[in-house]
Ligand binder design. Structure first.
Ligand code: GDP
Ligand code: MG
Length: 444
């Protein structure tokens, strides 16, 4: 999808004359791409109309097209896509301390409810809330064991039953128990079904009546396609959920279907699930979501991640965004990466086959190799470090000197130079992409 939209936009950017014809073609392309990505046709038609109006506003300037017009078009496409997932006038639920907040989860089987319950429990626990989890899934065998295992790992108190088969009773008893014990957040996990079935929705209505949730969250698998709208409608009717969590955003799915769920239920996405582990929960932002949809998510995500870590990075990131990348940048980035903790997740986002290295030789070995590379760069002169490495090609004796100095080999020094090249190419790509983005996006 992303590629097609990008293509459509850059088609316009490439052509010298931006007349109505070109714009129409672009709009058609975008519409087709969105429909292919399972976005509802009604939404697509709306979007197309809006885009057409926005772009027409600037009609007078058709003769002096140039960069401005192109930027306007790009920004319009991006903004409209963001608007599709930004829900206005919906108050985001904020649990209050020193009182009971019941949060109920709904969603089909396999969407990621139980996993996400635990993630959210951990999220609130880290923010100082007293959190408990209730397993009201009596439908699927082993459901309680799964929740118990998750909760134990995360040190979250839990409630469930091996013998009681009435989900409404378990939910009610669990919530009552935690209420008495002055728990501040009680998360109720429910059962799902493979398909949308009457019994499921009846069950959701009954559990809802029993536990009176302050917030109900629908969990949606990012790979959901055309079914998103009807699923959202069905759950909205039975449980009136006030928020959506989109799971499995770490996979191939870009979550295009979720747009229709948001539009149909007029309910915002609040978090995205980005992995199977308890900390893989991230706040949702429309900008980032649409960036991913447009195929520029990974770099953006990496930048965001690096930003939150407060690392020594200012110059490198600036260089990177300007399309430059010196050996010194490589060294400071490798140092940063080692400081970041779990390598595995970061590594997947990095260029230069580092992800592959991780998968092949494991985390410990990768970290060892990193340290050797950093050591190699320590043996370089200031001039060498601040270069793009071409110095070494012009004067191969430098490679031998560095290899000796660092107690490594010529091959290893060459590997460092290669690594820098790959990062530099990535930096160049990033720069090109950023230049093709509307103002305010990507760079901030
Ligand atoms: P439930 O049936 O709705 O309770 O779904 P589960 O919580 O049991 O999750 C179903 C599967 O999806 C499990 O294998 C989870 O580990 C996996 N899963 C859940 N959320 C995510 C996510 O954000 N990313 C990935 N990669 N897997 C997830
Ligand atoms: Mg479950």
């Amino acid at each position: 999808l992303g590629r097609r939209i990008n293509n459509a936009v850059s088609e316009v950017t490439r052509s010298n004359v931006v007349d109505q014809n070109v714009v129409d073609t672009m709009l058609k392309e975008i519409s087709n791409a969105l429909m292919e990505a399972d976005v509802d046709i009604k939404l697509v038609i709306q979007l197309r109309k809006k885009l057409k109006n926005k772009i027409d506003i600037d009609n007078d300037n058709d003769k002096q097209l140039g960069i401005n017009k192109k930027k306007i078009i790009q920004k319009a496409v991006f903004d409209e896509l963001c608007d599709l997932v930004n829900v206005e006038n919906v108050e985001i639920f904020k649990p209050k301390k020193k009182q009971t907040n019941v949060i109920m989860f709904v969603g089909l089987q396999g969407s990621g409810k139980t996993t996400t319950c635990t993630k959210l429990a951990v999220y609130y626990q880290r923010r100082g809330f007293k959190v408990g989890m209730v397993c009201a899934d009596t439908f699927r065998a082993g459901a309680f064991d799964q929740l118990k295992q998750n909760a134990t790992k995360a040190r979250i108190p839990y409630y469930g039953s091996y013998t009681e088969s009435d989900p409404v009773k378990v939910a009610f008893d669990g919530v009552e128990k935690f209420k008495k014990e002055k728990f501040e957040i009680i998360i109720v996990d429910t059962s799902g079904r493979h398909r949308q079935e009457k019994e499921l929705f009846k069950e959701m209505i009954e559990i809802g009546e029993a536990v009176k949730p302050n917030q109900t969250i629908m969990v949606l698998d990012a790979s959901i396609g055309q079914a998103a709208e009807s699923q959202a409608n069905a759950f909205k009717e039975s449980s009136n959920f006030g928020a959506i969590i989109l799971t499995k955003m770490d996979g191939h799915a870009k979550g295009g279907g979720a747009i229709s769920a948001v539009a149909a239920s007029k309910t915002p996405i609040i978090f995205i699930g980005t992995g199977e582990h308890i900390h893989d929960l991230e706040s949702f932002t429309a900008k980032q979501f649409i960036s991913k949809l447009l195929g520029i998510g990974d770099i953006q995500g990496l930048m965001e991640h690096v930003k939150t870590l407060n690392l020594d990075q200012s110059d490198s990131i600036k260089n990177f965004q300007e399309g430059k990348f010196t050996l010194k940048d490589l060294q400071s980035q490798m140092n940063n990466i080692l400081k970041m903790g779990p390598l595995s997740k970061i590594a997947q986002m990095l260029p230069g086959g580092i992800g592959d290295m991780m998968n092949q030789v494991g985390e410990e070995e990768t970290s060892k190799r990193f340290k050797r590379m950093i050591c190699i760069m320590d043996s370089m002169t200031k001039k060498e470090l601040e270069s793009d490495g071409s110095l070494f090609i012009d004067e191969p004796s430098r490679i031998i000197r560095v290899a000796r100095g660092s107690g490594t080999s010529v091959t290893e020094v060459e590997a460092v130079l290669l690594q820098r090249n790959m990062f530099a190419r990535m930096a160049q790509t990033t720069k090109n992409m950023q230049n093709n983005l509307p103002a305010g996006m990507g760079k901030n």
